[in-house]
Design a protein around this ligand. Structure first.
Ligand SMILES: [Zn+2]
Length: 236
């Protein structure tokens, strides 16, 4: 039968076209790029949250600093009144001393709070550089992916065109009946219409054919089919 020996050549060509088209669909769906973009957005969010937390600590620190310094001013004023001789009444002097002690203990509480905020800030500041580095990396990965996807799509288009030309040259070399059967099988059997028979095993379904069937197969002149999957078989 005309072109029987070239059927596997056609099958290989069609398989590679199917593979290229699947890859093209995958790239065009942009799934990889979308995933990479989601990773970038997540990293951006983490860095953003951390910076916001740092900002709020900084403003809290400023507030505490301001409160401490106004307490210091009040303490200095009270101490002035204590020693400048303007107050002579012992009870009043005692009251001023008590006031100073109260102010000083408030000041020391605020200073403790300030220290706590500072420690928290240092801890968060330490977490920022690795997160920023990660963000930079995810952005670069996304850029590269977008770029290589474009490149690969271009290569695939060229590959597909070459194979189309090759196929056009090959098809007239094959018997029409054989070709029709091959196309029907390809449509119903996951793109594989023809397979090689190696050591009595069909390479389409990987089943071993019975010795009796094999014997009959070898003696037939027409189209040989797999006993199991019905694909066209090409003998070694
Ligand atoms: Zn088979």
């Amino acid at each position: 039968m005309k072109g029987y020996d070239r059927l596997l050549e056609l099958q290989e060509l069609d398989t590679s076209v199917d593979r290229l088209e699947a890859r093209r669909r995958h790239l065009e769906s942009g799934r990889d790029v979308d995933e990479a973009r989601a990773v970038v957005e997540k990293a951006e969010e983490q860095v953003g949250e951390l910076r916001m937390a740092l900002d709020s600590i900084a403003s809290e620190e400023r507030r505490l600093e301001h409160d401490v310094s106004s307490l210091e001013q009040r303490i200095a004023a009270e101490q002035g009144r204590l020693y400048d001789g303007s107050v002579a009444n012992p009870k009043e002097l005692q009251a001023i001393q008590a006031e100073i002690a109260g102010l000083q203990s408030r000041k020391s509480r605020l200073e403790d709070e300030e220290l706590g905020q500072m420690e928290r800030r240092e801890e968060l500041e330490g977490r920022l550089p690795p997160l920023e580095a990660e963000l930079k990396e995810t952005r670069e990965r996304l850029d590269r992916l977008e770029e290589t996807s474009e490149e690969e799509l271009g290569e695939i288009a060229a590959d597909l065109e070459r194979r189309r030309v090759e196929r056009e040259g090959l098809v007239p070399e094959l018997d029409e009946e054989l070709l029709d059967l091959y196309e029907d099988l390809r449509a119903s059997k996951k793109g594989v219409g023809a397979a090689r028979l190696i050591d009595g095993v069909c390479q389409g379904c990987h089943e071993k054919l019975s010795p009796l069937y094999l014997d009959r197969l070898k003696r037939t002149d027409g189209i040989r089919r797999c006993e199991n999957c019905r694909r066209i078989l090409v003998l070694e």
